[in-house]
Design a protein around this ligand. Structure first.
Ligand SMILES: Cc1cc2nc3c(=O)[nH]c(=O)nc-3n(C[C@H](O)[C@H](O)[C@H](O)COP(=O)(O)OP(=O)(O)OC[C@H]3O[C@@H](n4cnc5c(N)ncnc54)[C@H](O)[C@@H]3O)c2cc1C
Length: 345
């Protein structure tokens, strides 16, 4: 467990570290100077060095939501803080502290094995626990912000460790206080609050279909169903480079939705938590004829138009070029702007 405040050795630093295997697009990329962070107390000294040398910096978790350039200038902090433990449990809920470098899916599986359900809808999302609050990861009708109690981070503005409560994290659809303040926080630990009263959440269309003849599936059954659906629908980054959904589902006012629906009766959409309408970006892209199309070394996945893929030897420039074409066509056709989801580092 690395949560203890004992002093840890200085982090390993590596010049010109290759990152091809640390970004799920599989782009050829390298970090000018990489620091492997295995404990929070290594961070202040590293950040002092970075500030003294006036280096640009960023954090890299599993690299499953980033678009990397060929060279990442300055310092790259590789988040490898391990450890997960139950810190308290009462009649209502269980609090679990998890290190920022822990693999997300392994944590979800560990929680289930320890009879702590709640996160099963988010199984198989690639990446680290520390990145989960950044874009408030979500899938199959659940967003992680609902289960986060607090987040520990190093604040590069105040040069101090801070704890943000759930409210202070300002979670919203694929958004958070961290995302709104880039180059500021390094998430070291996330504390999850899992309610003791568990309820299956299978309203999302794919899960509802899966359990149409079974009204009360167990958390393990939901976990397995989510893994099965995702494996079927999404390309495995080990086989074909991708970063999952490339665009956010655009949220539009109800009047715009009604106008679009009138023109396109098949328009796929969902009600948004704020009362507006969330359009299925994949449907919009599909309607523009991009599904399965290739542009040089990159393309749109044949089974899911929301996923852009690297067919091999693609670069950030290639993928952003394709994204621009898609954005322009969708804007022209539907009057809707598609926001890129992965972080352009
Ligand atoms: C096949 C596939 C399926 C996916 N499905 C989903 C899905 O269903 N739902 C979903 O929401 N996302 C999905 N994603 C996107 C991705 O898995 C998540 O966004 C994940 O949380 C990214 O984790 P990471 O550790 O790889 O972060 P990275 O890609 O390394 O980083 C993402 C961003 O977070 C920042 N960051 C990372 N770690 C930290 C930290 N400790 N402190 C501060 N900043 C940090 C980085 O600087 C970067 O800006 C999918 C991706 C793939 C490849």
């Amino acid at each position: 467990m690395n949560f203890a405040s004992n002093a840890h050795p200085s982090p390993k630093s590596s010049p010109n570290l290759g990152l091809k295997h640390r970004n799920t697009f599989g782009f050829e990329a390298s970090a000018e100077l990489a620091y492997e962070i295995t404990a929070p107390d290594q961070i202040p000294a590293v950040m002092t060095q970075i500030a003294e040398k006036k280096l640009p910096w960023r954090v890299l978790g599993g690299g499953s939501n980033v678009i990397l350039p060929t060279v990442l200038p300055g310092a790259t902090l590789l988040m490898n803080i391990a450890g997960q433990e139950i810190i308290s449990s009462d009649t209502n809920s269980t609090l679990i502290a998890v290190g920022g470098g822990v693999n997300w899916h392994n944590f979800v599986a560990w929680a289930l094995e320890n009879n702590l359900p709640g996160l099963e809808n988010l199984a198989l999302i690639p990446g680290t626990v520390g990145a989960a609050p950044i874009q408030n990861i979500g899938a199959y009708g659940v967003e992680i912000g609902e289960y986060i109690d607090s987040v520990d981070a190093y604040d590069a503005n105040s040069h101090a460790f801070v704890t943000l409560t759930n409210e202070e994290c300002c979670f919203a659809y694929r958004d958070s206080y961290f995302k709104k303040n880039p180059q500021r926080f390094i998430v070291t630990k996330v504390v999850f609050r899992l309610p003791k009263q568990w309820q299956a959440r299978i309203h999302y269309v794919d899960l509802a279909k899966q359990f149409s003849e079974q009204s009360s599936p167990s958390p393990e059954e939901i976990f397995l169903a989510v893994c099965k659906i995702r494996t079927h629908k999404l390309p495995d980054p080990k086989v074909i480079g991708n970063a999952g959904s490339f665009f956010q589902n655009p949220i539009v006012p109800n009047e715009q939705y009604e106008t679009l629906l009138h023109e396109y009766p098949g328009l796929a959409s969902y009600p948004d938590a704020t009362g507006k309408r969330k359009l299925a970006a994949g449907w919009l892209i599909d309607q523009c004829g991009f599904k399965g199309q290739r542009m040089g070394n990159v393309g749109v996945y044949e089974n899911q138009a929301l996923v852009l893929v690297n067919h091999g030897n693609g670069t950030a420039q290639d993928i952003l070029g394709l994204a621009k074409c898609i954005q322009e066509k969708v804007k022209k056709e539907f009057g809707v702007h598609l926001e890129i989801e992965p972080n352009i580092l």
